[in-house]
Design a protein around this ligand. Sequence first.
Ligand code: RIB
Length: 293
Amino acid sequence: MIVVVGSVNQDLVARVEHHPVPGETVLGSGHETMPGGKGANQAVAAARLGSDVVFVGRIGADEAGRDLVGEFEREGVDVGHLTVDPVAPSGLAIITVDDAAENAIVVSPGANGNVSPSDVEGASAALMAATVTLLQLEIPMDAVLAAAGASEGIVILNAAPAMHLPIALLKSIDVLIVNRGELATLTGSGDPLSARSLPVPVTIVTLGGEGARIIRADTRESVAAIDVTPVDTTGAGDTFCGALAAGLDDGLSLESSVQRAVIAGSLAVTAIGARSGMPTLPELEGALRTVGL
Ligand code: RIB
């Protein structure tokens, strides 16, 4: 079983030819409201691949919150530790996706900003029983630290969005997942090998269309992505993290789990919205067969 402690947002996604620069107004070519949030996306990615997933987080007492709960339920994610915040609204992400499939995101955390160590404490039995705990950085740091400390299984931290981290957090995780920009924030360099300066046993650096690198103190491995036509890269990293957690929860090796995660992340960019391209287990297995895995 996987426990995800993290954020859940409503995503307002607009398509644009190019992202506006400060002071510029651009005309988009349509918009949609979709479920999102790094934590929730990762929970759904793992659930679609067959894992039992418990989500710990907060929504607002509003229509967006009710919709987001409905999405979790449709995906089979356990919402027994999802708290309705009495004051703050549900989290909102305002996303533009340009013609090159790249996104720009502003997150207004709302209720995610009130996730607390006591919310984590309420889920302590689940955290102790979990094979994998999956964390990101869209909720307060004290809650992330509490979740890492309360977990007895494998602790994975996706250090997104990019920020500096307390050493205590790095020392309490087993696997760190970062893209080049997030790595540069932590080490001063986007070179995957710079991850060796961090006090974590394994760092996985995601490289978009180039796949991923697995960096340990004395080994490094490259895992290739598959060729796809990208439509929207939003949620590709989340799909990677959820799929990696699902592989480890299933008892696969780290290397096999990364292989599956890279392909799941590649599939995720083929549709607009964080979750639209996220594969189900049969879809992922089909893609793995296509590349002979
Ligand atoms: O990683 C993509 C996610 O980041 C979006 O769904 C948005 O909600 C932001 O949290």
